[in-house]
Design a protein. Sequence first.
Length: 330
Amino acid sequence: MSNQSIRWGIIGAGIIAHKMAEAIALEPDNELVAIASKSPERAQAFAGQHGIASETYARLVSRDDIDVIYIATTHNFHADNALLALAHGKHVVIEKPFTVNAAQAQVLIDCARRHSVFLMEAIWTRFLPSMVALRDALHGGCIGQVKIANVNFGGIAPDHYLPRLIDPKLAGGVTLDMGIYPISMLCYWLGELPRTIHSHCHFSDTGVDEIASYQLVFPSGCIATINTSFNLLLGQEVSLFGETGRIDYPNFQSSGTFSMRSLDGREWAEHKEHTHTNADNGFIFQVREAARCIRAGELESPIIPLGETLGIMRVLDSIREQLPLKYDFE
């Protein structure tokens, strides 16, 4: 199907689904066909806004004019919604986190392989040109072996996000919602999963983690500290310290610019900025990658292969086990 437009359906009609719909519309040779939601009224309103069809889940996954389905429901429904689509032979892209735990992730991966369909986690920052460029620079030895990584990622959640974030029935909490971003980012940049994990948190009144800190040690020797929260204004910044230099990347979700400094004796040399063009809607890059893979007949993306997605889900499992945080439905 190398010359064919990629036709999308979406399950879930929340805020993130609107952003994905807009990205699909912006990317050439991609078309959004239909939306499904548990709420028919919400689906109809979404459909009217984007000029598409409104369907039930069952009708959406059965449509012959849909190639790939994006799962945009709350975390607790990801596995069931994805299984439904996979069982109907659809390619599937799942909003992060891929699932709630690694056991669910393995079930989805096995199902996708049985049906020979494409499956990918949609963690949009992984696909940004600046993220890819930084990884390439690190793998080219720009600052030598990375020894220390420090990441802060947190803010005060808007009121319309908060109910979902604090609800354990929806697999709420900062680790699955926000902590996954810096964890996945570091694994991607370093090209490896951590071998040692320690985690701590403050719990909300509802029993989910609202402030968390993780210490990760990677096989290469890099020691990483990540602080994340949905009710503490931590900002977003990452600093990587290597044998021969350092990289600082402030506002890593909203900016395409990071700086690099080499080590000059016992001091840092003047920093050099590296700027890459991301996009106003950064979701276009994950749309582009999914479409590329589907046209090429690839069943997973080399940017975020399924084995790495599964490995990161195991890291998140370990973090939550230590906090401890386990959802009643698990």
